[in-house]
Design a protein around this ligand. Structure first.
Ligand SMILES: NC(=O)c1ccc[n+]([C@@H]2O[C@H](COP(=O)([O-])OP(=O)(O)OC[C@H]3O[C@@H](n4cnc5c(N)ncnc54)[C@H](O)[C@@H]3O)[C@@H](O)[C@H]2O)c1
Ligand SMILES: *[C@@H]1O[C@H](CO)[C@@H](O)[C@H](O)[C@H]1NC(C)=O
Length: 457
């Protein structure tokens, strides 16, 4: 499986050296020329160091505090200096992680692998014997220690996560040079609807520029991989027809996040059309579960309820309850694997299209919208605490009042059938939450205290 080590750089250096030697031998000033050569190398190294420290990578756009970006620059520097990055050890790690352990297993690059869905999906692929290599920039949009903990778990199962940004094209090309990926599961993105008002550019950098950077490398790769990527139910925006079907209009996004996901769907069309890349977009509907995202309501409601803080529940502009089609993580992961398994090969190679390729879009939801009030009462039951609630009218900052998926297309094409209802899924989430944050005993006590009151089915 291992191909011979890349010797092109050493060959070039040797050629340069021998050139210098020839020059030196013809001149009397061989000693000073040697000195000049060394000085040039030293100055280049100093310049490199200078730029590394002073030139923020694109990923910094997604960070909200400058101290964290300084931290990232320093850690980038230290990883550059440790010289493991891109070296033979690094290459071996990358190749080993991406090599399937079963006959005709897939070799998948999972972007956003330290994220919520990415870590679960990487896990599931690895479990059935596929090769998985992760990529994640570990940005500070939410608690990085949670991303690190997911990375640790993945490492323990033999999945390596490369720390890097989608916009680092040389890194991406390098990965495709080292591994002939059969598939890409592209989940890296700037998620969240409300954060777009604070940091709009981070959405452009990851969801638009980052996606294009990935597609550029994928279209030039030989073989071209098939790509499955995360769009979002938010593309339905102000759509009033329900349940949401793939054929419904998606040209009225209510947030910049939605607009960048919609842009992704159009960009996918372009790369499919021009380069023959096989592309499948998955519109996820409010995914929740263990190892979830701290910026999502079910997660911070749990935290706030346990801390006795008042939580804000939204009602719509016309005083109706906000409802979401909450989808359990395991169901979504099964959908991702189904999409990967039914993805046809890309038809192009080395940047040239040879024939028409597959282009698909699917809803991955749960098909039963739940009002947020119901979400809270399930959590109250599980935690044994009555929540302090404050009902407010939903601000017009990007959230939509209602989502409901029609998943019959995914059912037909890869047997997608969501099987976890919200009460069952939230029980698993809460169990993980209290374990992970070490507050098991507190919750047990609370539940004892409330026994006889609201039960915890
Ligand atoms: N969770 C949901 O409810 C939901 C709903 C609809 C769509 N989605 C989409 O599903 C995907 C996964 O979502 P998630 O909930 O796991 O989010 P997440 O934030 O937990 O995971 C995304 C990961 O991508 C990484 N990342 C972001 N920008 C990057 C970049 N430029 N380069 C490299 N890595 C980068 C982040 O560090 C993070 O670990 C995203 O594309 C998201 O938009 C999620
Ligand atoms: C769900 O979508 C399918 C097409 O994928 C359509 O035939 C069906 O009528 C839709 N169901 C509902 C209830 O809208």
């Amino acid at each position: 499986m291992a191909s011979p080590p890349d010797t092109s750089k050493t060959t070039k250096l040797e050629r340069y050296n021998s050139y210098l030697r020839r020059v030196n031998s013809t001149k009397l000033l061989s000693a000073s020329s040697n000195l000049l050569f060394r000085a040039t190398i030293l100055i280049s190294l100093l310049l490199l160091l200078f730029f590394t420290l002073n030139y923020p990578p694109l990923s910094d756009l997604s960070s909200s505090s400058s101290s964290s970006s300084t931290h990232r620059r320093l850690s980038f520097l230290s990883s550059a200096l440790s010289s493991s990055f891109g070296g033979p050890t690094w290459e071996r790690q990358v190749r080993h992680s991406a090599t399937p352990r079963r006959p005709s297993g897939l070799s998948v690059l999972v972007t956003g692998a330290a994220g919520f869905v990415g870590s679960h999906a990487s896990f599931a692929l690895r479990k059935r014997g596929d090769g998985v290599l992760g990529l994640d920039n570990f940005n500070h949009y939410y608690d990085v220690s949670l991303k690190r903990a997911r990375q640790d778990l993945l490492r323990a199962r033999g999945v390596h996560v490369v720390e890097g940004d989608l916009n680092d094209s040389p890194l991406l090309s390098r990965l495709f040079d080292v591994v002939p990926f059969t598939h890409v599961l592209h989940l890296a993105a700037q998620a969240g609807v409300r954060f777009a008002m604070k940091n709009p550019q981070s959405y452009v950098a990851s969801n638009v520029a980052g996606f294009i950077s990935l597609l550029e490398v994928a279209k030039s790769a030989d073989p071209q991989p098939a790509i499955v990527w995360a769009s979002s139910s938010s593309v339905y925006g102000l759509n009033r027809q329900s349940p949401f079907s793939e054929a419904h209009r998606t040209d009225q996004p209510a947030s910049l996040y939605a607009a960048t996901k919609k842009a992704g769907e159009e960009i996918a069309h372009t790369y499919n059309h021009i380069y023959g890349l096989s592309l499948t977009g998955l519109r996820f509907f409010t995914v929740y579960g263990p190892w979830g995202r701290p910026d999502m309501a079910y997660f911070f409601f749990t935290k706030d309820i346990l801390q006795g803080k008042t939580i804000s529940l939204f009602k719509t502009q016309d005083d109706k309850e906000v409802a979401r089609d909450f989808t359990y993580i395991d169901d979504v992961v099964r959908g991702c694997l189904g999409a990967l398994d039914t993805a046809e090969k890309s038809t192009g190679s080395g940047g040239k299209k040879r024939g028409p390729a597959q282009l698909r879009v699917y809803n991955l939801g749960n098909t039963s919208p739940v009002p947020v009030g119901r979400l809270v009462s399930i959590l109250e039951g599980l935690l044994g605490v009555k929540a302090k609630k404050h009902i407010v009218r939903m601000p017009r900052n990007g959230d939509v009042p209602y989502t409901h998926a029609n998943v019959s297309l995914a059912g037909r094409d890869f047997g997608y059938r969501p099987t976890t209802d919200l009460a069952v899924g939230l029980r698993k989430f809460v169990k993980w939450y209290v374990g992970y944050y070490g507050i098991q005993s507190k919750v047990n006590k609370l539940q004892e205290g409330s026994r006889g009151g609201s039960d915890s089915k």
